[in-house]
Design a protein around this ligand. Structure first.
Ligand code: ADP
Ligand code: MG
Length: 760
């Protein structure tokens, strides 16, 4: 990103809202600005982009008498969904504007509740908040005007809101502009949509509750609104029919109508997504242009003889993906490619073909797995595929004896090792490569851990292939991997039957075991997967062991059982795994360590206990462990009775948190039963869990958007991507006049990132 870095140090333009501290805004002193800082609002621009969470619609404001009628009869107009997000707002929510008549704190400690009575001409309304609301005593003043929004209920004959949203219509005591401003009451009364801003306890206490935000943002808009930059080229705003930036900004804070609001939000979301895609486009362009990549000769004897020796023909998808990869390898630019393929789609062979091409060109390849266990398995698989070939393959993991490790390191340094399989340990300081040319990274969602810089430090600029069996929904991969080229293995080898999946309750364990015994009697093998549940590993180990012993004694006397878990030392784990692979174990009891990697064709049953505890993608991975042979295979999901049965569904309809968990689990399990399409499952998982949790506890790297929602706004994301990539294609360094504002924008905002891009 040299061209951007060059004059990065020129001082920001004084009218650049990005460079004006939020403290410059009227009404924001040092205390508020310190709190705002913690909330990520540091500049005037941040403040102006503090977007309302929802709006109070004049038409949904009821009198208290009307509210009482609505509560008693269960009728009344529900509020139109006023949320920014696409999440459907199905609550019957109403707003009442009234004066504070009284308030008091009742009870003690966790049992305390705060009761506030609001009144208008037509009656009075109780508002109740439970627990931890001590400080609220100081928040309100008798006689001040509040707008409260919630679902009405009747409690002991009194009309009540429990935990309503409150919105202060007059300035709070001690607010920097003092009390008594009624402009918002007026605004509310003259119709239109009144914005409700996200806040927090601390901000609210300092006067920046929603009403406080409304005041300072209105002030900031007056002073600075005209400086809000238009960064989008005219061609884009016209083609996409986007309202101008300033219009969008005004309307999002004070919309004249729902229609205007929709347009404003669309424009702001688009811009946010566009900026992001623009960075990706530049980043990709940079890696593409990067010289010093290796131009491999892709005609390879080694690869050819591998393909000829395989006991199967490549699928069409494999052939296509190999072509995509070899085209990249042949070019002098560095390859950065993501290979997505469902479990069993045959990624390993594809990777091996590429590594053999590298070997024929005199280059070394590494194959990096996320765990030692998987590294060892890949090593075995690759070695088997390479049986009879002259290619030297070595394993490098931390657990190796030091004499062996020294020996491997020497081979790597000397270049006699052509394919090196391992974990992150491959990139430690003491590992020196003779001629590293190709890197395969398996099951690593983001190779942030292993930056290109590290590779260059090893004196190489290899092509990189990242592989994942977690199908990533398109919307996510466009943001997460937007700078990579993507190949997809969207076809399973022929002859694979879908795994029959059923849902059982834990009360059915005996019949499940009977089924497993039948399969074993027919010469097949089974997995029993048991989730890690306890907080501590020790307890977990104990639970797994106890469980194993019970299965052996009660369900499978006379069968050969094996136990494998994460705490088992490498060799023992391998020994157990080896026995299972050879058929010396009938039922393998395991914790999720078998999630990826194990490949035993004779195993036809996967029993997953406490299935409700697993994520959808994880369940899909586990299921992928069976059905790898040509026999019919079964996946039996065992869940708590109340989740598996009708009770679960009934409970799920009640809106308690526990039931929400149940409802989620139920939907996950239902999806597993109805589809075996990994991409479909990933989409559902994403919807259920949201982008942040999609990758579980792993550092997700999913960018956070302030306004846009990558799931709900997927179509907009597509448009923004197309536009951003087209611009970089035609004007890579944003030199054209119409792109100057873009360049200026990127320069000021992404100074640090742009520098990073130079490395990444
Ligand atoms: P993935 O890593 O994508 O889950 P693997 O590469 O482990 O899948 O392949 C799964 C199994 O399918 C392996 O036993 C592999 O040898 C086999 N396989 C790969 N490609 C084909 C093919 N085209 N036809 C039949 N079997 C295949
Ligand atoms: Mg694999």
């Amino acid at each position: 990103m040299q061209y951007l870095a060059r004059d990065m140090h020129s001082p920001a333009h004084p009218s650049d809202l990005y460079s004006i501290p939020v403290q410059f805004v009227k009404g924001i002193g040092p205390r508020k600005s310190a709190l705002l800082d913690r909330a990520g609002i540091r500049t005037v621009e941040d403040l102006l982009l503090h977007i309302p969470r929802r709006y109070i619609d004049r038409t949904t404001v009821l009198t208290i008498a009307q509210l009482r009628r609505a509560a008693e009869t269960g009728t009344g107009e529900p509020s139109p969904a006023g949320e920014n997000s696409a999440a459907a707002d199905t609550r019957r929510e109403f707003t009442v504007v009234g004066e504070v008549r009284s308030f008091r704190l009742l009870g003690f400690g966790a049992k305390s509740r705060f009761l506030l009575v609001l009144g208008d001409r037509t009656g009075s309304l109780q508002c109740v908040w439970f627990g931890g609301v001590q400080y609220w005593k100081k928040m309100f003043n008798i006689g001040e005007t509040l707008a409260v929004s919630g679902e009405p209920g009747m409690y002991g004959g009194a009309l009540q809101f429990v935990h309503p949203d409150i919105d202060r219509m007059t300035a709070p005591e001690g607010g920097e502009e003092g009390r008594g401003s009624t402009q918002w009451v007026d605004a509310l009364n003259t119709g239109g949509l009144v914005p409700v801003y996200p806040s927090g306890q601390e901000l609210a206490r300092a006067g920046l509750d929603s009403g406080g935000f409304r005041r300072v943002i209105a002030g900031a808009l007056k002073t600075y609104g005209a400086l809000f930059p238009e960064m989008l080229p005219l061609a884009v705003t016209e083609a996409r029919r986007l309202v101008p930036a300033r219009v969008a900004l005004q309307s999002v804070h004070r919309p004249a109508s729902r229609g205007d609001l929709g347009e404003a939000l669309r424009r702001l979301k688009y811009e946010e997504l566009f900026r992001f895609q623009l960075k990706l486009a530049m980043k990709r362009r940079m890696t593409r242009e990067e010289s010093g990549g290796i131009a491999f000769t892709v005609k390879s004897r080694l690869a050819r003889s591998l393909v000829d020796s395989l006991p199967f023909v490549l699928t069409r998808a494999q052939v296509r993906v190999v072509q995509e990869i070899t085209a990249d390898m042949a070019s002098p630019h560095v390859m950065n490619r993501l290979l997505q393929g469902d479990v069993g789609s045959g990624k390993t062979v594809v990777a091996l073909i590429a590594m053999l091409i590298a070997a024929d060109n005199g280059y070394q390849s590494v194959f990096m797995a996320p765990t030692e266990l998987l590294a060892e398995q890949h090593f075995r698989t690759l070695r088997r595929l390479l049986a009879g070939s002259p290619v030297a393959i070595r394993l490098l993991v931390g657990a190796q004896r030091s004499a062996l490790r020294r020996d491997v390191l020497e081979d790597v340094r000397a270049g006699t090792a052509q394919i090196i399989v391992g974990t992150h340990a491959l990139f430690e300081k003491d590992v020196a490569f003779a001629r590293l040319g190709f890197v395969v990274i398996d099951e690593q969602h983001r190779f942030g851990v292993m930056q290109r810089a590290t590779l260059r430090g090893k004196g190489a600029n290899p092509d990189v292939l990242v592989m994942t069996a977690t199908p990533i929904p398109r919307t996510l991969s466009l943001t997460l991997y937007g700078d990579l080229d993507v190949s997809v293995l969207d076809e399973l080898p022929r002859g694979r039957k879908p795994v029959t999946t059923v849902l059982k309750s834990d009360a059915d364990m005996a019949s499940v075991a009977a089924f497993v015994r039948e399969q074993v009697a027919a010469g097949r093998q089974a997995y029993y997967v048991y989730p890690l549940i306890e907080e501590s590993e020790t307890l977990d180990l104990k639970a797994a062991t106890v469980h194993y012993e019970r299965l052996q004694k009660e369900m499978f006397p006379g069968l050969r059982l094996g136990l494998i878990h994460g705490r088992l030392p490498g060799e023992e784990r391998d020994a157990v795994m080896g026995r299972f692979a050879r058929g010396d174990i009938d039922v393998l009891v395991a914790t999720t360590v078998i999630e990826v990697g194990i490949d035993v064709g004779n195993a036809t049953v996967m029993v997953i206990e406490n299935a409700e505890r697993f994520g959808l993608s994880q369940l899909h991975q586990l299921r992928g462990r069976v059905g790898r042979g040509s026999d019919s295979a079964f996946c039996i999901l065992v869940a708590k009775k109340w989740i598996a049965g009708r009770a679960g569904r009934a409970a799920a309809r009640a809106q308690t948190p526990a039931a929400d968990q149940g409802a989620l689990a139920e939907r996950r399990l239902a999806a597993m039963v109805t589809t075996s399409d990994g991409f479909r499952i990933a989409e559902i998982d994403l919807q259920l869990r949201g982008p942040g949790d999609f990758f579980g506890t792993r550092q997700s790297g999913v960018p956070e958007f302030r306004i846009a929602d990558i799931i709900a706004d997927a179509p907009l994301l597509d448009e923004a991507r197309v536009d951003a990539f087209a611009i970089i294609e035609s004007d890579p360094i944003l030199a054209r006049a119409e792109h100057r504002p873009l360049l200026a924008y990127l320069r000021s905002r992404y100074h640090d990132e742009m520098k990073l891009l130079d490395v990444g």
